[in-house]
Design a protein around this ligand. Structure first.
Ligand code: HEM
Length: 278
């Protein structure tokens, strides 16, 4: 009616073309490699695993088609891009708002990584303060505060409320995260509350949802976000452009972002300028 469907189909077509060309490139590269090395079926990345599954399932009753592959690529792209960039922005904004925590963060990075090195994946498990800062940022700024709606399978009474079978239920994570009965001083950014955190499942804190439909990108995200942030914070000092002020208001949408995008100036921090070259 308002051209939304037409626009959606146009976007879908361009994504389809993108995925087709990526898949075609991969297939050509794989057959080229097979010709040179005589080896096939090398599981080098996620796309290759999907293509191998497709090849293996061609003769089976439950086939795994190209349509499935493109659907998975689409889910990964949609689920993993806006959420990650939004969260990077929130963590940086909170650290700019709390310079003492920014300093603590940098000290941890200096101790673990050293100013003559760049951050690598193997450093991440030792960055416990970074982990706490990320968790506290997820608590205060969950990118998907209502996670995804659930449908009630059978009628039940919960906390005195009757929820009829078939109701659509939204879980408001944001209000749980801000509830003083659940968290001490919930409106304060206190990353230290997550410092001695155990891996025990905590129903007060569900930025990635829960149950069978919880976010499948969780373990990738934990590493990706920590690596992006650790690299940004270790390699550069950050300051606000002159005459600008930091503000932390949010804008509601499918992903809750900062209302005004964060703009910062980076100043190289590492001792060896060669480390900034590819
Ligand atoms: C800051 C990062 C992310 C956050 C906060 C986040 C959060 C969520 C949440 C709350 C859900 C709904 C879970 C539920 O209803 O229980 C979800 C679903 C999903 N996420 Fe993520 N996500 C993130 C990153 C990613 C990444 C990196 C990927 C892929 C690589 C991804 C792929 C998906 C997919 C495919 C679903 C739908 C799962 C289903 O319906 O079965 N997400 N995510």
């Amino acid at each position: 009616m308002q051209g939304i469907e037409r626009e959606m189909k146009k976007i879908l077509r361009s994504f389809n073309q993108l995925f087709d060309s990526v898949i075609e490139l991969r297939k050509n590269a794989a057959s080229e490699k097979e010709k040179v090395t005589g080896m096939s079926g090398q599981k080098s990345d996620f796309l290759q695993v999907l293509l191998d599954l497709h090849n293996e399932s061609e003769d089976s009753a439950t086939s795994f088609t190209m349509k499935h592959i493109k659907g998975i690529l689409m889910d990964t792209l949609v689920g993993g891009t806006d959420t990650t960039s939004t969260m990077t922005e929130w963590v940086m904004a909170e650290l700019m708002q709390h310079p003492e925590k920014m300093e603590k963060m940098k000290k941890e990075l200096c101790d673990v990584v050293g100013l003559n090195n760049t951050v690598e994946e193997f450093h991440l498990p030792s960055l416990s303060y970074l982990n706490a800062v990320i968790k506290e940022s997820f608590r205060m700024h969950p990118p998907l505060p209502l996670i995804f709606p659930r449908c009630c399978g059978q009628s039940l009474v919960l906390g005195g409320y009757t929820i009829p079978k078939g109701s659509r239920v939204f879980l408001n994570m944001w209000s749980i995260n801000m509830d003083p009965n659940v968290w001490d001083n919930p409106s304060e950014f206190q990353s230290e509350r997550f410092l001695n955190d155990t891996d025990k499942f905590d129903f007060r804190y569900l930025p990635f949802g829960a149950g069978r439909r919880m976010c499948p990108g969780l373990s990738l995200e934990e590493k990706m976000l920590a690596l992006i942030l650790a690299s940004l914070l270790h390699s550069f000092d950050w300051k606000l452009p002159q005459g600008t002020e930091l503000e932390l208001s949010s804008k509601f949408g499918l992903v809750v972002k900062k209302k005004i995008p964060l703009r910062l100036i980076s100043v190289p921090r590492l001792t060896n300028s060669e480390l900034y070259k590819e």
